[in-house]
Write a protein that binds this ligand. Sequence first.
Ligand code: HEM
Length: 408
Amino acid sequence: MDMQTTPGAEEAGAFDLNAIGEDFLENPFPMYKALREHAPIHVNPDGTYFLTRYDDVMTGYRHADMSSDKKIEFKPKFGDGALYTHHTTTLVFNDDPYHKRVRKLMSGAFSPRQLAALTPVVEDIIDRLLDDVAAMGSFDAVQDYALRLPTEIIADMLGVPEAHRHLMHPYSNLILGALDPIVPADKLAAGHKAVEDFGALLLDLINHRRKNPDDGTRGEVLAALIFGEEDGEKLTDEELVQNCIFLLNAGHETTASMTGHGLATLLENPGELQRLLDDPTLIEPAVEEFLRLQSPLQIAHRKATKDVQFSSGVIPEGAFIHLCIAGANRDPDVFDDPENVDIGRNPNPQIAFGSGQHICMGNTLGRIEGQIAVGRFAQRFPNMRQTGEKRYHGRAKFRGLESLPMAV
Ligand code: HEM
């Protein structure tokens, strides 16, 4: 971006999250920088707040007077349909005590034992995908590689049979797509139907596993979710189904975005790729750096339940707040030389997985997936090269690549 188009105080003051253009979708970081510098507590024309400083985003995440409950916001949009049931039953859009209870009951699916069992499953999937792309020679690193791992892993976790796996990506797109600010009626109808169809499939799988508790295949966590108990309570069928659907949505595009960006970052920074090849143990801090620089979930949300003090002002009770993770992750008060990549960055307190009570439940799994997917790719194809322009899929909150043409 040249000097003339670099946003400053005026552009930051006029920022409207509901009217962003192609430039922003392609590269939002100059605007996040301007907002951090000139309008750290920015008010959008619709009255919602937009926070970009690390300190403020952390306050949003950790303050006791912040709510994640979206029942009021979702009602006019989703009515009584399946999308309403879905989005208001998932743990991410709920407060305590519901959130705490469901999170505890789901934690069995992410125990160290389950993660240890999942790691070789991830390695096997990656080795298979690497064989596939090697055979292709030229391929799209997003469609043919990055997107395939998380769908396979979550299908394994939920025990989804092979015949249904091709439906999972479209289901996820329709259900998450319904959270966009403007959704056409046909997309909304398709979103309701996706919840119903995927929910019916999951209920069948759950009922089958209930009758056959020991039949689970490698990496499956369904039994831990069904039989997990806290203080004599289990997840109800509705809670089970909706939160299993949520696992697909939460862990799918985010993970693909991390892998796609990880590969793109190495291609664009050959010196960093060489560092990684010389010292493969750098893959751990490298994945943290990919997540910091290109956070897959760029913007999360909270509502203030009381007046809350932030670094440069008070946000009033009832305000709807956008927490810009991607802006916080490039705050120069916290990160040296924040716009540049350093795969060995240490310390790196990036918050791509959020923070506080709702911190990502899949953060360890996501990190394992990123380290294996990018690390093994680089080791196997040290001469990897980009063969065309990368392209973004054009969503601001869940940001990611749609396409990254490569050859190995
Ligand atoms: C690189 C990959 C990932 C990123 C960047 C990511 C990011 C996030 C973020 C920022 C949140 C917090 C949202 C908020 O506070 O409003 C979150 C929540 C969550 N994520 Fe992830 N996620 C990733 C992968 C996964 C995976 C693989 C899974 C599981 C299969 C998963 C499951 C969850 C769940 C269940 C929550 C809700 C936690 C709660 O509300 O208590 N995520 N994720």
